[in-house]
Design a protein around this ligand. Structure first.
Ligand SMILES: CC(C)(COP(=O)([O-])OP(=O)([O-])OC[C@H]1O[C@@H](n2cnc3c(N)ncnc32)[C@H](O)[C@@H]1OP(=O)([O-])[O-])[C@@H](O)C(=O)NCCC(=O)NCCSC(=O)C[C@@](C)(O)CC(=O)[O-]
Ligand SMILES: NC(=O)C1=CN([C@@H]2O[C@H](COP(=O)(O)OP(=O)(O)OC[C@H]3O[C@@H](n4cnc5c(N)ncnc54)[C@H](OP(=O)(O)O)[C@@H]3O)[C@@H](O)[C@H]2O)C=CC1
Length: 403
């Protein structure tokens, strides 16, 4: 084993690549060597980046060229009472963010939801997607291959499911565009977000398609999945978990907590979230679902790039006799309680805070519960921001809390 200084020297001399250091030293020394090298080369002080509390090799599956950690402040909003098949109870929602006023806002929304007797939350469907693209000789061959795929679902499922003890193929839907055939594979990935699982399973199914038909695979991901890009197909068909939450908040609670009326909030929702979003051709008809999804994803070890599809949410509001009805529906929330970043130390502690670390019994139930809690959190965020806009205190709130 080599010390950090020697490793840094060997990289400088061109004897080792920056990413090869773990083969010559433990993970801690390798990270220290990279910091030393960077400090010398660019003069950056990385002392805080290198000051963290968990064994460096815990992050092995999650990062390459590790130099340390990015620390993001984490707060909690709650307790947030949630009632649903997947999640029942009162939750403190961990949120990691650098946006002042965000946690206060979700906390205020949770407070109003508590006063209203809680939120309902329900998981509408589970289905992580991967859509390879194949090349054919032309439209007639493409149409014939699409027919073959429709007729061969069981063979494709057998190939795909041979790669996983948890994943189950739900659908394999072909789409033809000119001489390209896309197949949107949809899997129940249980408690895993499932993108690695779905990709590995799809590669096997794609090999069957290539072996049995004249097509050739161009790419295992053909963007009809659609992962980490804004896409109507996710907003309409769903991806990961499709989940919805709602609550009816009495008028006196609206007035007390937000200093405004149900009518004023309903008008903001119509003109902002519906008309404004339509005019902007937005895929998100909500105020800031991405704020809660993003901050919760960071805290809980989710893949933050999937905040893109997590933001495809619709918020609806209606004034009823009992008070203000508010709902938020997130069609494409990619969440998991195993795999990915969920096993990292702070992330698994944050999942423990929700009582949702690891696999559920039966598998899939923890992932569903996480989706339900996040939907209720998004509801709290929507309610509070709509209240701030209707009560005209958004700017003053951020002047006070956010800078
Ligand atoms: C900031 C507040 C909450 C003040 O809210 P307030 O009503 O002025 O203050 P308050 O002192 O009366 O507190 C009310 C409640 O807020 C919570 N609260 C209050 N302070 C704290 C705190 N320090 N820490 C934790 N919780 C706090 C707490 O629940 C408290 O109840 P209490 O417990 O006192 O009975 C409110 O003005 C607010 O929510 N404003 C909206 C801010 C917001 O939602 N920002 C989101 C980010 S904006 C953005 O990123 C997206 C955007 C806006 O661009 C999207 C778009 O286009 O719309
Ligand atoms: N490959 C890609 O194209 C992409 C990858 N990613 C990354 O993929 C990672 C997430 O992939 P993901 O597949 O979720 O995670 P992992 O690759 O970490 O795999 C999780 C594995 O956990 C096992 N497992 C154990 N218990 C359970 C349970 N209760 N429910 C479900 N699975 C269980 C499964 O094994 P088994 O299958 O053997 O049953 C599953 O495959 C993230 O790091 C993300 O950033 C993101 C986007 C694209």
């Amino acid at each position: 084993m080599t010390d950090a200084e020697t490793l840094a020297e060997r990289v400088k001399a061109g004897d080792l690549r920056l990413y090869e250091l773990e083969a010559h030293a433990d993970a801690d020394t390798a990270a220290a060597a990279r910091r030393q090298l960077l400090a010398e080369e660019v003069g950056a002080d990385l002392e805080t980046v290198g000051d963290y509390s968990f064994p460096t090799d815990r992050a092995d599956p999650n990062i390459e060229n590790m130099i340390g950690v990015a620390q993001i402040p984490m707060g909690v909003a709650g307790p947030l009472p949630v009632d649903g098949e997947a999640a029942g109870g009162s939750f403190y929602l961990p949120l990691a963010t650098t946006e002042g006023a965000l946690v206060a806002s979700v906390n205020r929304g949770a407070d109003a939801i508590r006063a209203a007797g809680g939120a309902n939350a329900t998981v509408l469907q589970r289905g992580m997607t991967r859509a390879p693209v194949f090349e054919t000789s032309g439209v007639r061959e493409a149409a014939a291959v699409a027919d073959w795929i429709r007729a061969s679902r069981d063979r494709l499922a057998a190939a795909a499911e041979a790669t996983t003890s948890h994943g189950e193929l739900r659908e394999a839907t072909p789409y033809v565009v000119g001489d390209s055939v896309f197949v949107r594979f949809v899997y129940d990935t249980k408690d895993a977000m499932g993108m690695n699982m779905a990709t590995i399973a799809t590669r096997e199914a794609a090999e069957v398609i290539e072996a049995e038909t004249p097509v050739s695979l161009v790419a295992v991901s053909g963007n009809l999945c659609t992962d980490k890009k804004p896409a109507g197909i996710n907003a309409i068909e769903g991806r990961g978990r499709s989940v919805a939450a709602d609550a009816v908040v009495p008028a006196d609670v609206i007035e007390d907590r937000f200093g405004t009326s149900p009518d004023a909030i309903a008008e903001v929702n119509t003109r902002k979230n519906l008309i404004g979003s339509a005019k902007a051709a937005s895929l998100g008809f909500n105020a800031h679902a991405a704020n809660v999804v993003g901050a919760a994803f960071l805290a809980l070890g989710q893949d933050v790039a999937q905040v893109v599809e997590g933001a495809h949410a619709i918020t609806s509001v209606e004034v009823r006799d009992a008070g203000l009805y508010v709902s938020v529906t997130l069609p494409a929330l990619a969440v998991g309680t195993v795999g990915g970043g969920t096993g990292l130390p702070t992330q698994s502690e944050a999942l423990e805070l929700l009582g949702l670390a690891g696999g559920g019994d039966p598998p899939g139930t923890n992932g569903d519960a996480l989706a339900a809690v996040l939907a209720a959190g998004a509801l709290a965020g929507e309610l509070s921001l709509l209240g701030a806009l209707a009560g005209r205190h958004l700017a003053s709130a951020h002047a006070e809390h956010g800078r």
